[in-house]
Ligand binder design. Sequence first.
Ligand code: F6R
Length: 588
Amino acid sequence: MCGIIGCVAEEPVAGILLEGLKRVEYRGYDSAGMATISGSRLAVRKGAGRVSAIEEARGMSSMLGKVGMAHTRWATHGSVTDENAHPHASCGELVAVVHNGIVDNYISLKKGLLAKGHKFRSETDTEVIAHLIEDEYKRTRDPLRATLAGVKKLRGQYAVVVMFQDRPDVMTGARKDAPLIVGVGEGMMFLASDVLAFIGHTDRTIFLDNYEAVEITKDGVKIVGPDGKRVKREPDQVAWELSDATKSDYAHYTLKEINEQPRTVVSASVQDAGKVERFARAIRKAKSLYITASGTSYHAGLLMKFRLNKEARIRADVVVAGELKEHAEFLEKGSVLVALSQSGETADVMEGVREAKGRGVRVCSIVNAAGSSLARESDEVLLLNCGPEVGVAATKSFTAQVVVVNLVVDAVLGKTRPGGAEELSRAVAEALKCDGLVQELVSAYADRPDFYFVARGYESPLALEGALKLKELSYIHAEGMPASELKHGTLALIEKGTPVVVINPSGPNHAESLANAEELRARGADVIGVSDVKDEVYKHFVRVPKVQPKFTPVVEAIPLQLLAYRMSVARRNDPDYPRNLAKSVTVK
Ligand code: F6R
């Protein structure tokens, strides 16, 4: 959470920073700000609000200087105010910092700094970093040493970028448990929380490891380890392109990403067979198997468990990432942990993964962001290959996860060339045609306070996913559950006109789900069927194409995503930036 971009270049950087900042705004959008140094003067412009509003109010694009950094905030410590927006300068204005993370020991650090005479201007935990580094810089006059010495006093998580008012030629950074990436350009060098921040300028990247610090100039990079010793690392090339990070002709990133799925289900299926087999072998040989993830990725994990149990007869426990530590005693040598994450930076997931690794567990991950912490710290990695997902709601990454999960389960079952990607792509394109019908549903139900989603068996995670998507984009209360659970409580909430989405493909559970739909109708619900077969019990019917059973969640996800998106637009929300949320949840 929080987006960072810093740049040292042989040209003015304000425009480059603003463009990058807009691309990482999905990481947090409470406040925004920028700092540059020009003629030995540190200038900071910032405020509460979205990047475009702050840019208009404060004129960030006209800031002068060939070194600068910018930040978009998702508030943790300190309310959403102009003063609490980043960057934060030290009291002597010698040092300015931007930060992503949480400083757990900031209260004791602040007390010590106040006792030394430092003056604070914000309520944030971040501001202590500026003062700490200022003290170290006054002592050493060495930006990199001062940065390393300053961050060593922090407990918690941080990705920080630092500028020094009397050194307009350099910028430093450091990280622990929050991403910080060096972008290596021609005559320009970047530090950012996300590759998207600089993707139009360079595709050459160096991912910093925990406890490392870095100093960049316009044409040099120096990385040091926690002991201050130089670390040599060559840049990697990222596969993402600038067009991946733009909205094209779509009104929103979310809509673009929903519509990309006929292509991304195919790209997700293109995997190195050897890597898939290694992943599958680890699962087959595991003494015990755990699957962990958060949010939408957790729903993909539930689908994986289902097929492993039912078809491969392999027992797997799926644990929400933030709860994994509660079950840590079962994570033992010989076990395997499968971690699913779009961003590869989710703090809850990383905490679980590190706990497991520390206990000798083999970690196999399915992740979208190559080079992310999860990708780098896992023993086996399969990438989703669906391109950057900018919309805060997970859409194409979910369907890509289902595709990759299926490849792994098929390999566990000994099916090494399962195929079916092109057929699935056509089915997804067909499913997208339901948009008109979905818009009719939105007109009928945009004012309803509650929505319910039910399904059975393999589709049950889709009920959870439909509800999650609707909640986060439309702000309508929604619940998802196995259809069998209705009669154990939730039926009491059903009244005349309550919309209930029944996800019900043809197959072994079809008749039982229809019976549940009848029970709902009998109590006044407006039943919305999502299925390949129509039935008169449904007041509204969204047809999805018939596909192989393992792929039904992919085609069923499409109307659920469109429903959430269209509902968000109808209720005048911003679907790309839902309130209180941010993509890449790097705090616990
Ligand atoms: C829902 C959504 C979140 C994420 C969750 C995990 O639409 O986007 O629930 O799925 O924060 O994120 P990753 O997959 O990046 O670990």
